[in-house]
Design a protein around this ligand. Structure first.
Ligand code: PLP
Length: 394
């Protein structure tokens, strides 16, 4: 029996279940390759963020194993006390070179990287201009900073400028922050236009490149490279958990900022350093991408193949310009049912509903990967066609 003081939680869970929004966890029992073992079944993987297939790449695996042999499994200290390994420093240098920035800070995750950067950069007297659809970790970092948050319309630099004109004079300093790639729709921020506004009004600039690194720009150098804006954005947030295939986050950008964050960022000061194995895996990933554009080229080839075939079949794939393919279905129960039927047929693609996406805009989100062969893509497309017809979507 649930204690009286906690019955409200049971009511909340029941209401989630009734509205179809309850999240059921699938359990994975293999590497996240093209095919994986999910809830005891071998299925085609269309939903991890393993864009380049690096998560189980032999070069990364070997580097991580070697690091465990050399350094053990945990640093047992925060970076600022005794947790800074030579590997961390090497990775920070390597990612800075790869992204074409002055310096970088390696933290535990992309989620934490947003807190690490935002909280020291703005405070109560300041204002943050934030895209309406920014990632939850930007929103949380912004809230923690205690700065005033002004939301501008999604990817709308005209609205941004209007809001800046109206609000900036009441504050000490301003900062504009946006996702680079928006992970629910696969559209991208107009960084050139945002930069122009920021330049006019003297705003600090920050972009979260979590889904852009390893995907956009030359050889996956990210969204700033895609727009040719090197040296213009003050802070680039990154993650090693998506295209890089490992785990960890980065705050990359101007040296003066990274120097400051090494003194001030609370996740850096108060939470344990990332393990040697993860760090070595990240380093190996950066090395792979620095040496060749093959994987990124293949990712885009697969993306073009999959997207154009889905459109030919009659699916609405939204406005994505990246390997994220939202298959728009609208109703959350339809999306969940579609996902379940795909799974029966051996295809793993998750349905996303509120609050991850707005009410009424439920979808199946397919993440294309360089790890998929033509045969894998054909298999997935055949099943989408079958279920799409069965459920009256196409
Ligand atoms: C995934 C994501 C994050 C979180 O990255 P983790 O390394 O998984 O914590 C942060 N920001 C954006 C925009 C993301 O898509």
């Amino acid at each position: 029996m649930t204690e009286a003081k906690l019955t409200w939680i049971e009511d909340e869970l029941t209401s989630l279940k009734e509205s179809g929004l309850f999240i059921n966890l699938r359990v994975i029992d293999s590497a996240p390759g093209a095919w994986m073992q999910v809830d005891g079944k071998r299925v085609l993987n269309l939903c991890t963020n393993n864009y380049l297939g690096l998560a189980n790449d032999e070069r990364l695996v070997r580097a991580a194993k070697q690091a465990v042999d050399d350094f053990g499994v945990g640093p047992t200290a925060v970076r600022t006390i005794a947790g800074t390994l030579a590997l961390h420093v090497e990775l920070e240098k390597a990612i800075a070179v790869f992204k074409g920035v002055e310096d970088a800070l390696y933290v535990q995750s992309g989620f934490v990287a947003n807190q690490a950067a935002l909280v020291p950069l703005v405070g109560r007297e300041d204002v943050i201009f934030s895209d309406r659809l920014n990632h939850a970790s930007i929103i949380d970092g912004a809230r923690l900073s205690r700065a005033k948050i002004v939301v501008y319309e999604h990817t709308d630099a005209v609205d941004l400028e209007a809001k800046v004109k109206k609000h900036l004079p009441q504050y000490r300093r301003g900062l504009v922050v946006t996702d680079g790639v928006f992970s629910m729709d696969g559209d991208i921020a107009p960084l050139d236009k945002i930069y122009a506004v920021a330049e006019t009004y003297g705003l600090m600039t920050m972009v979260d490149d979590a889904h852009g690194e390893g995907v956009l720009g030359k050889g996956g150098r990210g969204i700033v490279d895609h727009f040719g804006l090197h040296g213009k954005f003050d802070v680039e947030i990154g993650t090693f958990s998506k295209a890089f295939g490992v785990v960890g986050g980065a705050v990359a950008g101007k040296k003066v900022i990274v120097d400051y964050l090494r003194q001030k960022a609370r996740p850096f000061l108060f939470s344990n350093a990332v393990t040697a194995a993860d760090t070595a895996g990240c380093l190996a990933a950066v090395k792979v991408l620095s040496e060749s554009t093959d994987l990124v080229d293949r990712l885009w080839k697969n993306t073009d193949t999959f997207k154009s075939a889905m459109v030919s079949l009659g699916f609405d794939v939204g406005k994505s310009v990246t390997p994220i393919v939202p298959v728009m279905l609208g109703d959350v129960k339809l999306a969940k049912n579609f996902s379940r039927r795909l799974f029966d047929e051996g295809v793993f693609a998750m349905a996303l509903g509120f609050p991850t996406v707005p009410q009424g805009l439920a979808r199946i989100r397919v993440m294309v990967s360089a790890a998929l062969s033509q045969g894998d893509l054909d298999y997935g497309l055949e099943k989408f066609e079958k279920i799409g017809r069965e459920l009256g979507v196409i």
